[in-house]
Ligand binder design. Structure first.
Ligand SMILES: *Cc1c(COP(=O)(O)O)cnc(C)c1O
Length: 376
């Protein structure tokens, strides 16, 4: 049996007519950049995420960069974030000239540890503390970080919060939607995300009018009015085609999320029945709405051998992420060494992502668990 990590073709089949109709409308109009389809999507996402504003941008990475720019963060500043995430999280901080300060994660959720943020801030000297401008928590794998203590620390130390919600659209923390809790929420429409475009795209959410206005201007080279440049912005625009496609898919997102949650439940049941609890640690479900962008298991040993075994059995897996960011070559100038972030380092060595996409069948999941059982 073949079980891919993700199967976008089977999802496309179910919405093909709607996609072709809306894209052909845009082809006829020959209006490709920003415009009414982008505006419509922005309003829909703002509603979906329970925020006042949303602004379509060119990618999830650019969502992070433009948020940092709108927050006025640059050279001489620092931002606390997780080392256990996709590169863009810390990459964006460095791209605006600021310094990423890594804080280790919680071993159960893989999200940044609020206790360790507190320790890190408290151990800073006066100049380090005055350079610190923001915290960028990541809602990894579709589950929100533990936000209440993070928000409290931000308030206490006068820091901005930029949520990296690229994997977490629709997820909730104590009833609050990802992207609605901080000053900025950054989302990605990369095709393999839960809500993916047919190319690159992203969106930023914000409640404050002042941040929204700045994001809006920065998105078009800081130009307002046209050809008068208040800031040095960039080309951070979202295409009409991508916006229209995402808008079609957004209608189905809750249905797809329920299917992912159901698949997660089924994995839990199957692993329990297989008696694999000694070898496999299942993902903790702490927050009220985990949307399962990924289903991550942690193994006690032989992760890479297990992965090879599953590959040979026709099962797609991935390692998110094999090298924590504090150990990436490009960040060696920050001076971190192996051992500095033990929880992240352990996760990088022992976790593996299993297929969880909505169209996955019961048979396929049974086969995945059977193959893992066979390996152990
Ligand atoms: C995907 C992702 C990004 C970047 O999004 P792109 O649209 O690929 O630029 C940023 N952060 C996290 C956590 C992601 O998973």
């Amino acid at each position: 049996m073949k079980v891919p990590l993700l199967d976008l073709k089977s999802q496309y089949e179910t919405i093909k007519d709607e996609i072709l109709s809306v894209t052909s409308e845009i082809f006829e109009s020959q209006y490709f950049i920003l415009g009414p389809h982008v505006k419509k999507l922005e309003q829909e996402i703002a509603t979906y995420c329970s925020v006042k504003h949303a602004i379509g941008v060119s990618s999830g990475t650019d969502a992070l960069i433009i948020s940092l720019m709108a927050a006025g963060i640059g050279p001489g500043d620092s931002v606390i974030t997780s080392p256990y995430t996709f590169f863009a999280t810390a990459g964006s901080i460095a791209r605006v000239g600021a310094k990423p300060v890594f804080v280790d994660i919680d071993p159960d959720t893989y999200n940044i540890s609020p206790e360790k943020i507190s320790e890190a801030v408290c151990s800073m000297n006066a100049s380090e503390r005055s350079a610190l401008k923001a915290i960028m928590p990541v809602h990894l794998y579709g589950q929100c970080a533990d936000m209440d203590p993070v928000l409290e620390l931000a308030k206490k130390f006068n820091l901005l919060i930029i949520e990296d919600a690229a994997q977490a659209i629709g997820s909730e923390y104590k009833g609050r939607r990802a992207g609605s809790m901080g000053h900025f929420g950054c989302f990605s429409f990369f095709p393999s995300k839960n809500l993916g475009a047919f190319g690159d795209g992203g969106i930023v959410t914000a409640n404050a009018d002042t941040f929204y206005e700045k994001l809006d201007i920065l998105r078009v080279h800081g130009s307002y009015p046209k050809y008068y440049h208040k800031y040095i912005g960039g080309n951070f625009r979202l295409d009409a085609l991508q916006a229209a496609i995402v808008s079609v898919k957004l209608k189905y997102l809750d249905e797809w999320t329920r299917a992912r949650q159901k698949n997660a439940e089924r994995y839990r049941k199957l692993f329990e029945e297989a008696g694999l609890s000694e070898n496999i640690r299942l993902p903790a479900e702490r927050e009220s709405r985990h949307i399962y962008n990924q289903f991550i298991i942690q193994v006690s040993e032989k992760r890479d051998e297990l992965r090879n075994h599953l590959t040979d059995a026709g099962i797609g897996t991935e390692v998110y992420y094999p090298v924590p960011l504090h150990l990436q070559e490009c960040f060696s100038y920050l001076g971190y060494i192996n051992g500095d972030m033990p929880v992240s380092e352990n996760a990088a060595l022992n976790t593996i992502a299993l297929p969880i996409y909505p169209e996955l069948t019961e048979d396929m999941q049974g086969y995945v668990v059977e193959q893992i059982k066979e390996f152990y």
